[in-house]
Design a protein around this ligand. Structure first.
Ligand code: 7TS
Length: 419
């Protein structure tokens, strides 16, 4: 589908929540990096599952269990196609990106990491791609190193070459920053890491929802993302990992479903990917996540990326016109970036800004965005962040800018003068 055929009005009609009012104003939802809204196709899939074929999977021999199992496993196939993964055996369902990264850190780390090994991260990681590695480093005696970023919010690639040593076992890096909108050149980074014998895990929580991602083209060994950031339900995450790698890893959680046989004192493991899905999974939400994939494919990931690119360019242009507003992250037209735009207003705390924007019906996030080391690197405690998705419009960017003017007017009144 070409960008011209992108019909945002028609898309918006599919999202019931976009038609509600907040504080008596039409909702402008610009907190998509936190979670996205759901189209009725996804909501209907949940209702349909619970109304028609709710059953536990992989174990029942009755019709409902067979239908539910087929629907759940079909979404695994669909997810593999969406990522251009060679096989659905590479797709593990988890609860979210956080659990996917923890699964990999724990299961791969226990099998492969020893004292003195190194894991390479970056300065712009979400806590989800920091804390699991800190825990692993503590447990194994491995060390962590960090690729630094230039002031514009782009990683210094020469740092990667300098930091990669024979001790580096893994590079774990985000494909798109949830704060700066920076898109990292993960394909090139993977190539360089592989040349030096390190594996690569990509935190794709902000990229898979917004641009075409092909795991074979990137060449990464593992990749993690969440359904709820791409029109699907909460409670579903994906870990993609190369089959051979999954085979080489220890289980993450023990229990039902992940075994072939259990003795009183020992067990043998199920085949991948089920070896990593202990207990009853989130059947309903995985099935509804399949509808989210179908929805995104129907619009087309390239068309979605083009729409967001246009909106983000417009947003940055409008925000730069606001006096006293600082944008964090790349703003040059030549730099391809994603649709998360972090900013601050001079003399105002981001929480105050967020609260007044909310009163104007504009939903943004204000805070550290689970990236405290990045906040320190930027020299701020927090920022406001607007983040767009396929259903946002230029008119909504105009509403954001008007609301920012309302914030400035509100706090410049003598009664609210800064002390
Ligand atoms: N990695 C990145 C880059 C993220 O943006 C997030 C969530 C996660 C990992 C964790 O995802 P989860 O589904 O496991 O929670 N980011 C945000 C955010 O920016 N605002 O709220 C959640």
């Amino acid at each position: 589908m070409s960008a011209n055929a992108f019909d945002v009005k028609r898309i918006r009609a599919d999202f019931p929540i976009l038609h509600r009012r907040v504080h008596d104003k039409p909702l402008v939802y610009l907190d998509n990096a936190a979670t996205t809204q759901k189209p009725r196709q996804v909501i209907d899939a949940l209702v349909n599952y619970y109304s028609r074929y709710n059953a536990n999977i992989h174990r029942g021999i009755h019709a409902l269990a067979e239908e539910a199992t087929a629907a759940y496993e079909a979404v695994r196939e669909h997810t593999a196609r969406f990522l251009h993964a060679p096989s659905s055996r590479s797709i593990v369902f988890t609860r979210n990106t956080t659990e996917s990264i923890n699964l990999f850190a724990s299961a791969w780390g226990r099998a492969h990491l020893k004292s003195g090994d190194q894991i390479l991260l970056s300065e712009m990681e979400h806590h989800s791609n920091l804390v699991p590695w800190q825990l692993l480093a503590k447990a194994t005696g491995a060390t962590l190193a960090f690729i630094k970023m230039a002031d514009e919010g782009l990683l210094k690639l020469e740092e990667l070459d300098r930091l990669l040593t024979p001790r580096t076992k893994l590079v774990a890096v985000t494909q798109m920053s949830n704060v700066l909108g920076t898109i990292n050149p993960v394909q090139e980074m993977t190539r360089r890491a592989h040349e030096r014998g390190a594996l690569v895990l990509i935190d794709a929580a902000q990229s898979v929802p917004h641009l075409p991602v092909d795991v074979q083209q990137i060449g990464c060994d593992a990749l993690a993302f969440s359904s709820h950031k791409m029109l699907g339900p909460t409670g579903v995450g994906v870990l993609y990992a190369r089959e051979a790698l999954l085979e080489s890893m220890e289980p993450f959680l023990g229990g039902g479903e992940m075994i072939t046989d259990v003795q009183l004192t020992s067990s043998t493991w199920n085949e991948i990917p089920w070896k990593f899905e202990a207990g009853t999974p989130n059947i309903a939400d995985v099935i509804a996540f399949g509808e989210a994939l179908t929805y995104l494919e129907r619009i087309g990931m390239s068309a979605i990326q083009a729409h967001e690119r246009e909106l983000t360019t417009y947003a940055i242009q409008r925000l730069r016109e606001v006096t006293g507003l600082t944008i964090y992250g790349p703003t040059r037209a030549a730099v391809e970036r994603g649709g998360a735009v972090a900013f601050n207003l001079e003399g105002l705390h981001p929480h105050d800004v967020g609260t007044v924007l909310d009163a104007e019906g504009v939903a943004v996030r204000a805070g550290h965005h689970c990236a405290k080391p990045l906040m320190r690197r930027l020299g701020v405690v927090a920022t406001v962040r607007a983040s767009v998705y396929l259903y946002n419009t230029r008119e909504e960017i105009d509403r954001l800018v008007e609301a920012i003017h309302a914030v400035q007017a509100f706090f410049s009144k003598p009664t609210h003068a800064k002390v």
